[in-house]
Design a protein around this ligand. Structure first.
Ligand code: MG
Length: 385
């Protein structure tokens, strides 16, 4: 099995929403296709990948550095002992001549290609990626995965009533945990939070996300306000690399906190676990493989998580894509984010998958499962089919 072509296209995932830090009206992503010479069930094996929302398309890095390295590598050097494409060897080929540290955007480019490589590897075996991961890890796959509805963005003219209607629509679709944005100021956010809590009543739990907007003083002021409410979690209060802020916050906020979506390497994740005062009995880790060098790196991150005394079930990745769903089902993560109304056609679940009691059950589709989502696979096959 060898890689014969790598294609990339940068596409808009623009939307009128904003969080406390960025607006999404100019957001793009990279879609990639890794074309192999393998054929399965009469169809050429092509793996697909894309990067998560929140970072932009990576066309330059993919086309100028990472795809050429994959294609220049001796094909035999990318295979495992059984002659199968080995994602870890492909990863090492992409990362040749890259210095350590400074993970920035290249982790997004590599994560996008890594997703496509894993998709191709599982498709070549004719099995769902989550079953491949579970069997290689010597564990039982669990196709039933917890998901929560992320939304509650700031939107011009939305108001508390609009927020409540949005939260109601998530409950109507089977979610039991919903999330809203905060960070524009306590005076604006307190009535939004109280409105959302009133709307969901006892039917669901509410998480809040400040998107790294707050300085220490403001993060503590928010903590003092938020601890009056029974929140599912208080997410990303301060800058993702300000571990001292995160650690200080634990003294003011006894409830669960969540962070990690903007840490893009296992070294950064390890620093959070070492220095961020995170508590393995209640807090949540949100590292997103599609922004942080892919699953090959995410497995190293999970090793750091375990070494720090955490269970993988405390990980609920950011991003709402099927790759993290597959990892959750295959490697025992605690669940996955979901954006019911955003970032289409890339986010979400295969057609016909419904949220029931806050969980989805993954169908047995070869690879990551993109072929089960009609609007998504159409765009993918348009790139390379
Ligand atoms: Mg977030």
């Amino acid at each position: 099995m060898r890689i014969i072509d790598v294609r990339e296209r940068t596409l808009p995932i623009a939307s009128a929403i904003s969080n406390a830090y960025i607006d999404f009206s100019k957001m793009t992503l990279s879609l990639v296709a890794v074309v192999t010479d393998a054929v399965r069930d009469g169809r050429r094996v092509v793996g697909y990948g894309f990067n998560s929302n929140g970072r932009y398309g990576q066309g330059g890095l993919i086309r100028e550095r990472f795809a050429p390295r994959l294609l220049a590598a001796d094909p035999a050097s990318l295979l495992d002992a059984a002659g199968r494409l080995d994602p870890d060897r492909a990863w090492a080929a992409m990362m040749r001549n890259e210095k350590p540290g400074g993970h920035g955007e290249r982790s997004v480019a590599v994560g996008t290609l890594d997703m496509a490589i894993w998709d191709a590897v599982a498709k070549a075996e004719g099995v769902p990626l989550f079953r491949l991961l579970a069997s290689r890890a010597g564990r039982e796959a669990d196709p039933r995965v917890f998901v929560y509805a992320a939304g509650g963005y700031y939107y011009p003219g939305k108001g508390v009533d609009g927020l409540r209607a949005e939260m109601r629509s998530y409950l109507d679709r089977g979610y039991t945990v919903v999330k809203m944005k905060i960070g524009n100021g306590i005076a604006e956010d307190r009535p939004r939070i109280e409105g959302a809590l009133k709307e969901i009543g006892g039917q669901a739990r509410l998480a809040v996300d400040a998107n790294g907007r707050l300085g220490l003083e403001e993060a503590v002021a928010y903590a003092r306000m938020l601890r009056d409410y029974p929140l599912f979690w208080y997410e990303e209060a301060g800058d993702p690399l300000d571990y001292a802020l995160q650690a200080a916050l634990a003294e003011h906020y006894p409830g669960p906190m969540a962070t990690g979506e903007n840490l893009f390497s296992h070294q950064d994740a390890r620093n959070l676990l070492r220095h961020g005062g995170m508590r393995p009995d209640r807090d949540w880790l949100q590292f997103d493989c599609a922004l942080s060098y892919g699953l090959c790196e995410y497995r190293r991150t999970l090793d750091c998580v375990a070494a720090a005394g955490w269970s993988p079930s405390r990980c609920i990745p950011h991003g709402g894509h099927q790759m993290s769903l597959a990892i959750a089902a295959g490697l025992g993560l605690g669940g996955n984010e979901s954006y019911p109304d955003l970032f289409q056609p890339f986010g979400g679940f295969p057609d016909g998958v419904r949220v029931e009691d806050g969980h989805v059950t993954l169908p047995d589709l070869p690879g990551i499962g993109f072929e089960g989502k009609a609007d998504l696979i159409r765009v993918m096959r348009d790139l390379a089919g």
